[in-house]
Design a protein around this ligand. Structure first.
Ligand code: ZN
Length: 632
């Protein structure tokens, strides 16, 4: 079924051993290492497919049948196939990895025609991982030597004690040209393996020397916990190298995918539906130790598309359960640039993206050192939506006291608003931007629409709906439609609408023209005072001082109601409940966003007050929903 023939070259694994590996491997456990799985019913599990980009989980795992299958892209198979595809392993490497996991000692069949081998050759990945594991032990032992004192001082100076250093496997690369290389060669690793692993490199003389020397070492693990590379920090002034040196690209170390700390953080990330992206090894350590266990960092590269893919799968970032991504960047120029770049990436997450900037420009490690664990947790709690940060940064570059400055700031900021994923939030940001710029809403709205439709729409042709004044509100949104229906009842059936209509306040209407008509009804004495007919409609029209409102009253007075047959009290009740429900859910949305912006640590009272308000509104919404469903 699979290309098992490739195993011949390396000494074929015995068939019964392969069968045993399949039998002893729980596929859900293997896949859970890289993809967060949730119940899909019927004993099956689902997650976001690691083989194609998706927003709704179509990747299914059947623990009972020990197979996976993606309905999105059609990839499927057993655990061996999963590792081959997900980790780009050969068949042999996959089997070896699963065997090691299950504690199975593999036996190999030698090919008769080839020369006998001293011992079966393992797959390359396995060998490179083994070399790294041996290197970790070597560096760790070196950390206790006299020469490693600057490394120990560095750690202590950053607030990391011995147990923290041990938890992260910190070590020291000693002085000397080839101490690690010799040590690993003695353990049986070949010249080629050490070069391929990135642990050693050939000197001009041709002999092998260590890649890392006189540096503090952090082992970098993949999501399953295997060490695949190192990060090395400079300790000595006469070291000419860069401050941080990382393992180069190797068959197992791809810096565009690697996230430092993901092996320790992944369970909490999946559980909390939240990830904190920090900038360095010490920041990850500081966050974890400060009880922010969801922190990870990129290693020697900017946060990019592959990192997003890895995190989305762990977050289960989907339509059903959007994740929360919190970036911490320095407040300096480089950090701001990184934040703006993250805004571009933001579009790939379903979930919401936030930024947490320390007021003193301290990174999490410095913050923990200066102000303690609580300050680190507080930094994360004080996050703000990334788009707010980006807008402030863009606007901040212009002089808003001049017309030119305001117009230019609007032009630069509009594309950011146009990119906000949640369309419902755009009008809110248009208003906010107009307020921040000190401009009218209309030009800002036009600029955002132009940006949304691309530059071609911004030419000579009038871009947005260029209707003069405020005409009839669109009837395409459910909310607008129900407001319209309520006003029709008030104008056409005032006796029926009566107190039920009057009891719903003008503030429950959203569209400005609808608000004007509702206010006119009140100014005309309210529906309860009306007897109906043309006189009533004229009275309302006279009471309306909004031109668009007056036009709409004429329209609504004759437009048929959206009900077959005669309207009855039940229909009025349902309509008014739907209207209020829209307004209440809008208020719930605003409240949730407000709660999001309140720091539960430092503003505990406000947080709980808002939370209480939210609970009662939600209760109200449920009652309205029942009423809207037809119960009087
Ligand atoms: Zn797929």
């Amino acid at each position: 079924m699979y290309a098992e023939g490739v195993a011949v070259m390396a000494g074929r694994i015995r068939d019964e051993d392969i069968a045993l590996v399949r039998e002893r491997t729980a596929i859900a456990d293997v896949i859970s290492e890289v993809v967060t799985l949730k119940s899909a019913g019927g004993g099956n599990l689902k997650g976001l497919c690691p083989f194609h980009d998706e927003k709704s989980p179509s990747f299914n795992v059947s623990p009972a049948r020990n197979v996976f299958y993606c309905f999105g892209c059609g990839v499927g198979g057993d655990a061996i196939k999963f590792l081959m595809d997900a980790e780009h392993l050969s068949f042999v490497e996959s089997v070896e990895r699963l065997a090691a996991r299950a504690g199975i000692q593999l036996r190999y069949v030698e090919d008769d025609r080839s020369a006998p081998r001293p011992r079966p050759q393992q797959g390359q990945r396995q060998r490179l991982v083994a070399a790294h594991a041996a290197a970790v032990d070597f560096y760790r032992a070196q950390l206790t030597t006299a020469g490693a004192r600057p490394a120990r001082e560095f750690l202590a100076g950053r607030g990391f004690d011995r147990s923290a250093a041990e938890r992260y496997g910190c070590g020291f690369a000693p002085d000397g040209w080839d101490l690690l290389t010799k040590h690993l060669r003695q353990q049986g690793f070949t010249h080629d393996e050490l070069v391929t692993a990135g642990l050693s490199r050939p000197a001009r003389s041709g002999s092998l020397i260590d890649r890392f020397r006189r540096r503090l070492m952090w082992p970098i693990r993949d999501i399953t916990g295997d060490v695949i590379g190192f990060g090395a920090r400079k300790l000595f002034d006469d070291d000419d190298g860069p401050k941080y040196l990382n393992t180069p690209e190797t068959p197992i170390y791809k810096k565009s995918h690697v996230l430092y700390g993901i092996d320790q953080a992944k369970r909490e990330i999946a559980k909390q539906g939240k990830v904190v992206v920090v900038e360095g090894y010490t920041d990850v350590m500081a966050c974890h130790l400060a009880d922010v266990p969801t922190a990870v960092a990129t290693c020697g590269t900017a946060f990019g598309g592959d990192h997003i893919s890895v995190l989305r799968r762990v977050l289960f970032d989907s339509d059903e359960r959007a994740g929360e991504i919190i970036f911490t960047f320095d407040g300096d120029a480089a950090g701001q640039k990184a934040a703006l770049r993250a805004f571009e990436d933001d579009q790939r997450f379903v979930g919401r993206t936030f930024i947490a900037v320390s007021p003193d420009n301290m990174d999490p490690c410095e913050l923990r050192l200066a102000k303690g664990d609580l300050a680190v947790r507080d930094l994360v709690a004080r996050r703000e939506p990334l788009v707010d940060f980006a807008l402030r940064h863009v606007i901040g570059r212009f002089d808003l006291d001049t017309v030119d400055g305001r117009v230019e700031a609007m032009r630069r900021a509009a594309p950011l608003v146009a990119k906000i994923k949640d369309r419902e939030k755009r009008p809110e940001y248009v208003r906010k931007l107009a307020g921040d710029l000190g401009m009218e809403i209309e030009p800002v709205q036009r600029a955002v629409l132009n940006a949304a439709h691309g530059p071609q729409a911004g030419g000579a042709a009038p871009a947005a709906p260029a209707r003069p004044g405020r005409a009839t509100p669109a009837v395409d949104s459910p909310r607008s439609m129900v407001e319209r229906e309520a006003l029709k009842l008030a104008l056409q059936e005032p006796v029926l609408a009566g107190p039920m209509f009057d009891a719903v306040e003008v503030t429950d209407y959203q569209h400005p023209v609808h608000v004007a008509v509702r206010a006119a009804v009140a100014a005309a004495g309210g529906v309860s005072t009306a007897t109906g007919g043309a006189v009533w409609i004229e009275r309302v029209r006279d009471a309306c001082d909004d031109l668009a409102g007056q036009a709409l009253i004429g329209e609504l007075a004759v437009e048929p109601l959206r009900i077959d047959g005669e309207p009855d009290p039940r229909y009025v009740s349902i309509t008014m409940a739907r209207l209020q429900w829209s307004s209440v859910t809008g208020r719930i949305r605003d409240l949730k966003s407000k709660i999001q912006r309140v720091n539960p640590v430092s503003n505990k009272d406000e947080y709980f007050a808002l939370f209480g308000e939210l609970l009662s509104l939600e209760q109200h919404a449920r009652a309205l929903r029942e009423q809207a469903a037809g119960g009087l």
